[in-house]
Design a protein around this ligand. Structure first.
Ligand code: SF4
Length: 272
């Protein structure tokens, strides 16, 4: 069982009774370190549906996946420690986030059209704890960066961002090509789904069939351009995603590409 899977058996309250600061940290200790799950009084062993210890078949790709997950979780823990001492009240306006005196150690903001509440220990979306470490890395990074120059409508491609060569192909594979293939011949549907997650029309002088500015995060809009297929001329559908030229004030490249991947996932999820 992965930490990810195990954490679902906890109430995710981060109460600390097990001796760990957060349920996720406890889940890592149980699934990777052999710590007894009974240290958490709220986990009932009889409910666990699979072995929780390290797997016998850990090898090859399996191990690669798990190593990656461990690295991701270590990064989440590091980012949480980074945001712990930040002044959330003053940070809120810089990130387009809401701060409330009722919950001073948390910020609320929109993530692909859904409301997220991020605190120094947990992040939840629509009242459910977000457990995927990659989402957590993206959101904690957004807060840890501390804000910067707000988007001013100057759009650039990934290739114009510094040190981005290795990311251009990743963006194409996990976002642009997926969207082009999925929505080929369905430009109107794509436009409608973009609207569902809060998109607004992009600049008027563009040639694409769909041009939508999608607020992935409040200060990290993605400008999605879609040219539909033209069967008579033999053109396949094509997508290009642009970013504000100051986007790196808010995220690193890795998180930025992941944000585009999540935008793609979200559009695909809505396309039922
Ligand atoms: S005791 Fe259980 S609920 Fe409390 S932090 Fe530990 S794992 Fe989470």
């Amino acid at each position: 069982m992965t930490p990810h899977e195990f954490v679902k058996y906890t109430p995710a309250t981060n109460c600390g009774e097990c001796g760990y600061p957060a349920c996720l940290a406890f889940a890592v200790a149980v699934t990777k370190g052999g710590v007894s799950p009974e240290l958490c009084p709220y986990v009932h062993r009889e409910n666990l549906t699979a072995d929780i210890g390290p797997r016998q078949e850990d090898s090859g790709l399996n191990m690669v996946d798990r190593d990656q997950e461990e690295r991701d979780m270590a990064l989440v823990a590091h980012l949480k420690s980074k945001v712990r001492d930040l002044d959330f009240k003053s940070l809120g306006p810089r990130l387009g986030a809401l701060w409330s005196a009722d919950e001073p150690d948390a910020l609320s903001f929109s993530y692909l059209g859904r409301s997220v509440t991020l605190g120094s220990e947990t992040v939840s979306m629509a009242d459910e704890q977000l457990v995927d470490p990659r989402d957590q890395i993206l959101l904690y990074n957004y807060v840890a960066f501390g804000g910067g120059r707000i988007p001013d409508g100057t759009w650039v491609g990934m290739e114009s961002l510094p040190n981005s060569i290795s990311k251009i192909r990743t963006l194409a594979t996990y976002c642009e090509q997926r969207l082009a293939k999925r929505f080929s011949g369905r430009a109107e549907k794509l436009a409608a789904l973009c609207n569902e997650i809060g998109a607004v029309p992009g600049p008027v002088d563009q040639s694409a069939d769909v041009g939508k500015v999608i607020p992935v995060l409040p200060n990290v809009p993605h400008y999605l351009l879609f040219w539909d297929e033209e069967l008579e001329d033999g053109f396949e559908a094509r997508v290009k995603v642009l970013f504000d030229h100051h986007v790196m004030d808010f995220l690193d490249l890795e998180s930025l590409v992941f944000a585009a991947e999540r935008m793609t996932d979200r559009l695909a999820e809505l396309d039922v």
